[in-house]
Design a protein around this ligand. Structure first.
Ligand code: ADP
Ligand code: ADP
Length: 233
């Protein structure tokens, strides 16, 4: 994704200032920086989640495969399929595990049960949780552990066949073992998807990302290979 001259306002307050960034495919890009510096706002501009907040204004352009995602005729529903999102607090629907994953494909017109079964299995495998849940697909997704719920949310995003996966502090609410699992999973996911992760945890950015953007009061003050960012004295 290419971000050019992006400004973002909540009313009169400018939360993002002149962001220019090229988010490369098939790598992990991490956004770090102190609380309130605009990481969350920025990641949510990438699938137009943040323009749902009343009174906001966006200037500049964001393109995905040369589509201008903020242009008037670009369909936001298609965008949110192409750019999936996972949040800090796992938020599966209060439905069965199966229905959580099948939800997106169903809303896009897939009805054939064999095809849905296939998508559900492949998505759960892609999120490294198939073996744990294959015998309880009818169980409510809110009745499993937090770490498992987060991987269900990742599988739900994968089921839409996205190009980009956005993750806003995906492990902050999880225990260390679940965090490790998701960090390992992210290394798998980048083989297939462009991954963008917001984290307040510098060590995590150093461990799992290829490129790191450092935010400060709405600006990107450094954007480079993660190795270089973390070897700076
Ligand atoms: P971070 O993710 O780095 O903690 P945020 O993107 O959440 O930062 O916030 C950036 C700035 O925008 C902060 O000053 C925050 O208070 C402000 N902000 C975030 N969301 C809103 C909102 N819905 N309305 C008004 N201001 C907001
Ligand atoms: P998260 O880290 O899970 O994204 P945040 O604490 O950043 O959660 O924000 C939670 C919600 O509160 C978001 O929808 C954000 O836009 C909103 N928010 C954050 N700061 C402000 C603010 N200063 N005024 C109004 N809403 C805000």
């Amino acid at each position: 994704m290419q971000i050019k001259d992006l400004d973002f306002y909540y009313g009169d307050f400018q939360a993002l200032k002149n962001i220019n960034m090229d988010i490369e495919e098939n790598i992990v890009t991490a956004f770090i920086g102190p609380s309130g510096c605009g990481k969350s706002t920025f990641i949510k501009t990438l699938n137009r989640m943040q323009d749902l907040v009343p009174g906001t204004k966006v200037d500049g352009t964001i393109t995905l495969d040369s589509d201008d995602i903020y242009s008037k005729d670009y369909d936001v529903n298609i965008l949110r399929k192409r750019v999936g999102m996972v949040f800090q607090h796992p938020n599966p629907f209060p439905k069965s595990i199966y229905d959580n994953i099948a939800y997106g494909p169903r809303t896009h017109g897939i009805k054939d049960s064999h095809e849905l079964d296939h998508i559900v299995e492949e998505s759960l495998r892609g999120a490294a949780i198939w073996d744990e849940v294959k015998d309880k697909l009818q169980r409510k997704a809110t009745d499993i552990s937090g770490g498992q719920q987060q991987r269900i949310c990742i599988a739900r995003a994968i089921a839409n066949n996205p190009e980009v996966l956005l993750m806003d502090e995906p492990t902050s609410a999880l225990d260390p073992i679940s965090t490790n699992k998701i960090e390992d999973l992210i290394q798998e996911l980048k083989q297939k998807y462009t991954v963008v992760i917001v984290t307040h945890n510098m060590q995590q950015a150093a461990r799992i990302s290829d490129k790191t953007a450092f935010f400060l009061t709405g600006e990107v003050i450094e954007f480079d290979d993660t190795e270089k960012i973390f070897s700076n004295p």
